[in-house]
Design a protein around this ligand. Structure first.
Ligand code: SAH
Ligand code: SF4
Ligand code: F3S
Length: 497
């Protein structure tokens, strides 16, 4: 790392997280002084480019920035702009480079502006080289393994005129008990593990997130208990492959056992998790989900491809038949389980027959929804070196056919609860019609219904009156929940979403 204030570093405690709390205090002083000089508070804006894990990391960054005295800004005209990047597909990278140009123009107008880049893209050496060469206006670059050091890095960037870069190749460390600022008061993501050991041949995540590390169950439970005491009713347990949770712990524990412990936490109403790798989804987990009152009726079960041949080259470690059997087992045990998936089209060597196998699985499983991706070549992964890459127009044609099929089935599946009364967690006021509130069903679909902001964060009983594609319009019929309804909302023209 460059330009480090040695004196400050030597005084700081060596132990974590104490060391970071020391730097939070140091940063506070620097920010207070800067703010006095400018005669206004300093503002920040953190933008998340990636998955839920990336989003959770952004909450940690936000927590620290607020502690040290920055005030959150709505937009990127702020004094400290941070891009928390993703590199899972090429277009995620391109978006970052595109927007950096815009940030540069903002920085020319505000000489106090600092720009920080972090997240998965920064773990790629060629990205950092390019940034050093062509984006010298960036102040701070750090990676995924040392995000816990953010306070220390901010102090260092604030005291330096040059670009501060700190990237670690890997880590076996998990630092607990640092501040974080939740986006929603009533729900939160909770990391249960970091990294990935699966090395699917197309995927860059294991290279940028490092080896699989599970958090200690006691730390997870303690975090959730604190969250619940602070008003959280729903948690989303996060990991690249939650089904292999606990394997590397000193006292091994299965994901199903962890879920049972979390279920016991009083005041917690809903448990979600992602992502489940089909190869590790156990009968024990199905049994626990079946008997649980808190685990939501939604399972994201990435398929990637329906062709056993392609799955083999992808290194997914299951066949088409094993996947279909797993789905059958889940549906037999829990008939109302909603299933969603991820599918990649155009993996190297994918023939029309392979693609038709994928379509066949989609037709057999009948997903509620599916994220469909065009295969993206990621430098350094085994698939990127494969010779039989598929021509763009062939991929596009398959992608369109798959998307049409997924949407047709998704619409039919989504409407299956029309007329029933379901529990929803009220998450938002509708931005287009403020008479409407938006709630999330256990199966992850959204319902819009007349109500007001007093319902936010509550679990209400809502009748699903009409399905409009992938969401419902409904009516709040709860006895306990605040029943104040603005009747005029029912007679106005409801917007289309
Ligand atoms: N750990 C999760 C997925 C994380 S990445 C799992 O195994 O399910 C999210 C999704 O991005 C993947 O499921 C895959 O469908 C997609 N993806 C990953 N690498 C990709 C690539 N090189 N090109 C296109 N899609 C990709
Ligand atoms: Fe990537 Fe596979 Fe790991 Fe998921 S399980 S993050 S797709 S390597
Ligand atoms: Fe992207 Fe990193 Fe998540 S590459 S999908 S932000 S783990």
């Amino acid at each position: 790392m460059q330009d480090y204030d040695m004196e400050l570093t030597m005084q700081a405690p060596v132990q974590e997280p104490e060391r970071q709390y020391y730097f939070i205090e140091e940063a506070k002083k620097l920010i207070a002084e800067k703010s006095r000089m400018l005669g206004r508070p300093l503002t920040f804006c953190v933008t998340t480019f990636g998955c839920q894990m990336n989003a959770r990391d952004s909450e940690k960054l936000t927590g620290i920035l607020e502690q040290i005295g920055y005030v959150e800004a709505e937009e990127e005209q702020a004094d400290f702009v941070i891009y928390n990047t993703c590199t899972v597909r090429e277009n995620a990278n391109l978006r970052v480079y595109g927007r950096l140009g815009y940030l540069h123009s903002l920085k020319k107008k505000n000489p106090h502006m600092m720009i920080g880049l972090c997240g998965c893209m920064m773990q790629e050496p060629q990205v950092v080289e390019k940034l050093k060469k062509s984006y010298s206006f960036v102040n701070l670059i750090f990676g995924t393994h040392n995000i816990y050091k953010f306070a220390e890095l901010v102090v260092s960037a604030l005291s330096s005129d040059r670009m501060v870069i700190d990237i670690w190749k890997d880590t076996d460390k998990i630092v607990e008990d640092l501040p974080s600022q939740r986006k929603f008061p009533f729900k939160s993501g909770v990391n249960i593990m970091f990294g990935c050991n699966n090395f699917c041949s197309y995927c860059i995540v294991p290279y940028v997130r490092g080896r699989e590390r599970s958090r200690n169950p006691k730390d997870i439970i303690r975090e959730i208990e604190h969250l619940v005491a602070d008003g959280v009713v729903e948690v989303m347990l996060l990991g690249q492959n939650v089904n292999s949770y606990g394997k590397n712990l000193e006292e091994p524990m299965t994901f199903a056992q962890l879920l049972q412990e979390i279920e016991k936490i009083e005041g917690l109403k809903r448990i979600r998790f992602m992502t489940s790798h089909p190869k590790d989804l156990s009968d024990e987990l199905i049994e626990v989900m079946k008997n649980s009152k808190k685990i939501c009726r939604h399972l994201h079960l990435p398929l990637q491809s329906g062709s056993t041949e392609i799955l083999k080259v992808m290194n997914r470690k299951y066949t088409k038949e094993q996947y279909l059997n797993l789905v059958k087992k889940i549906r037999t045990a829990i008939p109302d389980m909603s299933l969603t998936t991820d599918i990649i089209v155009g993996f190297p060597g994918e023939t029309e027959e392979d693609f038709l196998e994928t379509m066949d699985v989609v037709e057999q499983v009948r997903y509620d929804s599916a994220f469909t991706f065009i295969y993206s070549k990621r430098t350094g992964t085994p698939a990127a070196a494969m010779e039989n890459q598929i021509p763009e127009e062939v991929v596009k044609d398959r992608f369109d056919r798959l998307l049409a099929k997924v949407q047709e089935i998704g619409r039919e599946m989504s409407s299956r609860d029309t007329g029933t009364i379901q529990e929803v967690l009220v998450e938002e006021q509708n931005s287009q019609d403020t008479h409407l509130m938006t709630g999330r069903l256990s199966n992850n679909l959204l319902v819009h219904f007349p109500g007001d902001v007093s319902l936010l964060g509550q679990i209400c009983q809502v009748r699903l009156d009409e399905c409009r594609g992938f969401y419902y319009m409904g009516t709040n019929v709860s006895v306990n929940c605040n029943l104040k309804m603005n009747m005029s909302a029912q007679s106005t023209n409801l917007p289309t979403f």
